[in-house]
Design a protein around this ligand. Structure first.
Ligand SMILES: [Zn+2]
Ligand SMILES: [Zn+2]
Length: 800
């Protein structure tokens, strides 16, 4: 073994060996309980971020832990075609050459996208490998591969036959730049400064006026009513009367509707069903017309008459001028409000009424709500179950059609007579009139319509494959909180609908990494961290360790500090192993003859039990802290230093190798490469560590778990104050071997006692403070209790 551990090269070598030896491979015919993680397929439109690395690290830790515990494990890789995201990314690239997607034509675009896929798909998979993620790469799937495509077609036809898919004109979020509809979840809301204009609508009978407040005066042209709240005394007498809409001078009714916010503006709402989602719903319920004065380009359309072709701002000013000239403009004031933007291109979203394809959600949502309420799908942290349920319980129809060319094309064909034929593959003739002149729907499906099938389409559904039988339902899904609705919810309802079972038992919502300044990481803002900045200098093991270490909160800041700590841990472990090997290899076997040998075996076993509990509860941060402590402090600093004088004894070395073996096993799921590299250097190796059995409980030495307490107390006191307390026997021997005291040991005992008494008092006061105990994090309170115990023990040892 080299004197210094260098991850560069070693890690790549093991990644290659594990994969070539088939150790990542899932075998549906092999025995064992199954453990299945479907890695969320990253978008084909880019490369991995440090956030992806965090997600992979915790998934791979779980996967390796289960694999060693004998589970039949599938860790499924794949990538997503990411409809609008890829479409927009390609659009940006083409724009630099002065071209657009639509300039290429549909076929030209298809060819272009194929090249794009080959470039990015390869990058993503090599980044997965680089982190040591033990995915079964042979099974890599793509949401647009042939089998996946047919699964999506089956899903569409299934929903259509159920009567839940329909085409209808409803209001949608329209991106004027991408020229496509977006689902509510693809819209980002940002606060913007705007102007609120108060405009008077004269009553048709000449008896006065109603004033409304609007940020979009151009839409006045499409007003079809004024609505007030039925309980609003101010307007009670007006309901049923008519007003005249400014500029267009159209008579429209005043109606009452509960959805009107009394506190906004004047409490009277102009109703524009063609350009506002709430107004659209009010309009449908009251049977109002849906006028449109804004076109798909976001400009005023022909229905706007003399204002046609103007921007909304220009048109709005013209309308306000008109009103001002007639004394109908009451006032204008500054107003800050939330405005929807396209998630992909940040253009302001235009609500427009247009024909689109929809999925009715009520019947799909009901069982998916029950699944979470009844605990068949558990969220970690638990509070996200509420987030999920709130959305599911208020779900609206899902707009699934997109006016782009990248995605699964809607499997609906139309004949010249307008009959629709819905089929999984291209039909020969119209199902209704037999016409062979069929034209396929131009639109493609929402990306998430296909991602929803990921937990089973990757396993071969709708065919009844051995994989589907064995690996569905899966075990744990990890994801970021921003796609609970987009993806998690949709996998749950589609799994229940198509297979009758929830796709996974646990939804783990992992931390979202912030950059070191506490800002959101974003590639476009230049605030992201490139994974290579960590992987290249520190290696994958240290990166994995460092990322897991910060996951105790939901929004941790990324820091190279914890990664550096991981690197130190790998080095320490390497040096300890090297020391043992240089003393002489011997077959590992626990034959402890001294107290520190029984103690380390007990410590490792206790850590195993604690780590099992941490991982089962997805508490990765505490898990890695424990591993650090048992390796650095217990194994290296105390145990190895104590036995050093006896390393020439074969029994001592046999026990040491046995203990090291156990330790390597515990560390492997988090730091797979360095542990495998050491393992392969140990004597009498038959298997790879990646598939070595997880340590069994070893109660034999449990009684000696605290055997070093006395020596450790003495060490703490001595290192702090130079005072040596009276100890004898093994404690003295171990103390001297580890601490190697110098000097006469005659520190100031009284000063040390005084200091400790103060610490005990302080700690007791803190723990007596009910507010602290009730409000501080449980681990902080627990830590304080441990400290108090330690101070008391030290005070006792000093003869109080
Ligand atoms: Zn857009
Ligand atoms: Zn027909």
């Amino acid at each position: 073994m080299d004197p210094l551990y260098r991850p560069q090269g070693v890690e790549q070598r093991w990644q290659q060996i594990w994969e070539e030896e088939g150790l990542y491979a899932a075998d549906p015919d092999a025995p064992g309980d199954t453990f299945v993680v479907m890695h969320p397929p990253p978008n084909i439109s880019g490369s991995l971020t440090i956030g992806h690395c965090l997600q992979l690290s915790l998934e791979d830790t779980l996967v390796r832990w289960h694999r060693m515990r004998g589970f039949n494990t599938l860790f499924q890789p794949g990538y997503d075609h990411a409809g609008i995201s890829t479409w927009a990314a390609i659009g940006r690239t083409l724009a630099q050459e002065g071209r657009s997607q639509r300039d290429l034509g549909r076929d030209g675009f298809d060819a272009y996208v194929q090249e794009w896929l080959e470039r990015y798909g390869g990058t993503i998979m090599s980044q997965f490998r680089r982190l040591g993620a033990s995915l079964d790469y042979r099974r890599t799937r793509f949401t647009m591969d042939e089998r996946y495509y047919s699964a999506v077609m089956r899903w569409f036809v299934h929903l259509y036959e159920r009567g839940w898919i329909y085409r209808a004109s409803r209001i949608v979020n329209w991106c004027p730049r991408d020229r496509t509809a977006l689902s509510d979840l693809e819209v980002e809301h940002e606060d913007e400064d705007d102007t609120l204009s108060y405009v008077r609508y004269p009553l048709a009978d000449g008896s006065g006026h109603v004033t409304i407040a609007t940020v979009r005066p151009a839409t006045i042209l499409a007003d079809v009513a004024i609505a007030v709240h039925p309980g609003d005394e101010r307007y009670r007498d007006l309901v049923g009367k008519e007003v005249v809409v400014p500029f267009v001078e159209r008579r429209v009714p005043v109606i009452a509707d509960e959805r009107v916010e009394r506190e906004f503006g004047t409490g009277a709402l102009k109703v524009t069903p063609g350009h506002d989602p709430t107004d659209f719903e009010i309009g449908r319920d009251h049977g109002l017309p849906e006028l449109a004065v804004i076109g798909p380009h976001g400009l005023m359309n022909d229905a706007a008459g003399e204002l046609a072709g103007l921007t909304q701002e220009e048109a709005g000013l013209r309308v306000l001028e008109w009103a001002a000239e007639r004394g109908l403009l009451e006032k204008r004031e500054n107003y800050r409000h939330s405005v929807g933007h396209c998630q992909r291109c940040h253009t302001r979203v235009e609500p427009l009424v247009m024909p689109q394809w929809w999925v009715a959600m009520d019947e799909l949502a009901a069982p998916a709500i029950a699944a979470v309420k009844e605990g068949r799908v558990r969220f970690t942290p638990e509070r996200f179950a509420r987030v999920y349920l709130d959305w599911m319980e208020n779900i609206r129809p899902w707009c699934i059609s997109r006016q782009i060319w990248w995605g699964h094309r809607i499997p609906v064909w139309c004949c010249p007579d307008g009959h629709l034929t819905v089929a999984e593959s291209e039909p020969q003739a119209c199902a209704e009139c037999g016409s062979a002149e069929l034209r396929q729907e131009e639109d493609v499906l929402d990306t998430w319509f296909s991602s929803a099938l990921y937990p089973f389409a990757t396993l071969g559904w709708p065919e009844e494959t051995p994989e589907l039988a064995r690996y569905y339902p899966g075990s744990v899904l990890t994801t970021a909180r921003d796609i609970i609705f987009l993806w998690v919810a949709r996998m749950i309802f589609s799994g229940l609908e198509l297979i009758g079972e929830e796709p996974f038992a646990d939804a783990l919502i992992h931390s979202t990494l912030l950059n070191p300044d506490g800002r959101r990481m974003s590639r476009t803002l230049g605030t992201g961290i490139d994974p290579e900045e960590a992987l290249e200098p520190y290696g994958a093991d240290a990166t994995r360790y460092g990322l897991l270490k910060v996951t105790s909160s939901q929004d941790p800041r990324f820091s190279f500090g914890t990664i550096e700590e991981g690197r130190k841990l790998a080095n320490k472990l390497w040096n300890a192993s090297r020391l043992l090997l240089m003393a002489g290899a011997v077959a590992p076997e626990a034959r402890p003859s001294s107290i520190e040998e029984r103690w380390i075996l007990a410590r490792i076993d206790a850590t195993r039990a604690e780590l099992d509990a941490d991982l089962a509860g997805f508490d990765f941060a505490h898990g890695v802290e424990r591993l650090y402590h048992v390796t650095f402090d217990d194994f290296c600093d105390w145990y190895l230093e104590s036995i050093k004088p006896r390393l020439d004894e074969e029994d001592v070395r046999a026990t040491a190798f046995a203990a090291l073996e156990q330790l390597l096993k515990l560390l492997h799921p988090v730091m797979p490469h360095v542990t495998e590299e050491i393992w392969t250097n140990l004597p009498s190796r038959e298997t790879r560590l990646i598939v070595a059995p997880w340590p069994d409980p070893q109660p034999a030495f449990a009684a000696d778990l605290h055997a070093l307490d006395e020596a450790q107390t003495a060490a703490r006191i001595y290192r702090r104050s130079g005072v040596r307390i009276e100890i004898g026997g093994d404690s003295l021997r171990i103390f001297e071997a580890v601490v190697r005291p110098t000097g006469d040991g005659q520190g100031d005992v009284e000063a040390e006692r005084g200091r400790l008494r103060k610490e005990v008092e302080r700690s007791e006061r803190m723990l007596a403070n009910e507010k602290f105990v009730a409000n501080a994090a449980p681990e902080v309170v627990e830590g304080e209790r441990e400290k108090l115990e330690q101070y008391r023990a030290e005070l006792d040892a000093l003869g109080n």
